[in-house]
Design a protein around this ligand. Structure first.
Ligand code: PLP
Length: 385
């Protein structure tokens, strides 16, 4: 009988949809479990000087991380397993330490507000300087890369859904000897794989689509570069933002259904974005799947789908947008995204949101409910403002 704890066979030939389901499984064998067990331990039996690969202590490694890291690494087409962190922000913090002391970081002005706040904190402490850019404006980014050390890309951006010309920007970063890091949370590896387009590092808020059920906070970093991998691994071990084994188990369970969840939520989002554009109480809809959206042509060319986050301006004030969210019965007014349930949030309620995000902008993370139920809830609320 095959040992069920042996690593699963390499899955390089599989379609990503198969990889999601079949990757990171115990080897087949009579009585073998189909899932790896969750290992709850803080330490491992060991003696003397640790041999290479010996586990030693659960801040260094945990067998429950391995299948998740293997699958995510393969999904991103990294040559190495991904590295799981306790949150997306922990992964982002680890990636940002790759900016050399006193270095220059080029960053989208509409990045996720946590990434913006952390880079500002580092800049205020004199650790680095930030050059904010409109990531959809390739010429502007190219100009900002002069003398820069790291290019940070988020595409589509949160919450403005701007789409970057990823291959061109990544090539420009290389030309300027800048390291490139892509936050791939919104697209997921099913819609775009930045490492295959030349990115050095990918970060994820695993909390969102990868886990998919709004029940864990987790993050991850993927890279094919041994030196960067070792630096990020070393950072994780020393700074200690490690993932709970139970959360990683739940995340891998969520990953199994990513393609079917995304298929449904994207098709729901397309329908809702089209209908929202026709609603008299809605003044602007951002969704790359709409033919009139500024990011449409680029997303169509570069991505395998348009994702399932929509941003729209409701009424003419923040009070109107708040009233819409209050009137929802099915849709949940809450921050976060990428779960099976539809969530809505007026993003400018956060003081850390850039001032250029309209105050009445609602970010709608579309879930997998029946689309007509979602539309009834949305239109009912909008009809009342
Ligand atoms: N990156 C993006 C694009 C996000 O939307 C978020 C959270 O909303 C994060 C990173 C941070 O992830 P976490 O909340 O898991 O720390």
């Amino acid at each position: 009988m095959t040992n069920p704890l042996e690593p699963s066979q390499p899955a390089t030939a599989w379609d990503p949809q198969t990889l999601l389901v079949a990757g990171g499984r115990p080897a087949h064998g009579v009585d073998a479990a189909v899932n790896h067990p969750v290992t709850f331990t803080s330490t491992f039996h060991s003696q003397g000087i640790a041999a290479p690969g010996e586990k030693v202590y659960a801040r260094f490694s945990n067998p429950t991380w391995d299948p998740f890291e293997e699958v995510l690494g393969q999904l991103e087409e990294a040559q190495l397993p991904a590295l799981v962190f306790s949150s997306g922000m922990a992964a982002i913090a680890a990636a940002l330490q790759l900016v050399p002391a006193g270095g220059v970081l080029v960053m989208p002005s509409h990045s996720y507000n946590g990434s913006l706040s952390l880079s500002k904190e580092l800049a205020d402490a004199g650790r680095l300087s930030v050059r904010p850019v409109d990531i959809a404006n390739t010429e502007e980014v190219d100009a900002a890369l002069e003398g820069a050390d790291v290019l940070w890309v988020e595409s589509p951006t949160n919450p403005m859904l701007e789409v970057a010309d990823l291959p061109v920007l990544l090539a420009a970063a290389k030309q300027h000897n800048a390291l490139s890091i892509v936050d791939n949370t919104f697209a997921t590896p099913l819609l775009q794989r930045p490492l295959t387009l030349g990115a050095d590092v990918v970060v994820h808020s695993v909390t969102k689509y990868l886990s998919g059920h709004s029940d864990v906070i987790l993050g991850a970093v993927a890279t094919s570069d041994e030196t960067l991998h070792s630096r990020i691994h070393g950072y994780r071990t020393l700074h200690g933002a490690i993932a709970s084994p139970m959360d990683v188990f739940l995340a891998l369970r969520g990953v199994r259904t990513l393609s079917v969840r995304l298929e449904r939520s994207q098709s729901n989002a397309q329908v809702l974005a089209e209908r929202l554009s026709q609603h008299p109480a809605v003044s602007g809809v951002r969704y790359p799947g709409l033919p009139g959206d500024p990011g449409h042509a680029r997303a169509q060319k570069l991505m395998n789908g348009f994702g399932s986050v929509i941003a729209f301006e409701a009424g003419d004030s923040e009070a109107a947008a708040d009233a819409v969210i209050e009137k929802f019965g099915l849709i949940t007014g809450a921050t976060s995204l990428g779960g099976v349930e539809t969530l809505a949030e007026r993003r400018a309620r956060h003081a850390s949101e850039p001032a250029t995000v309209p105050t009445n902008l609602i970010r709608l993370s579309v879930g997998i409910e029946a689309v007509e139920d979602l539309w009834r809830d949305l239109s009912n609320a909008l009809d009342q403002i």
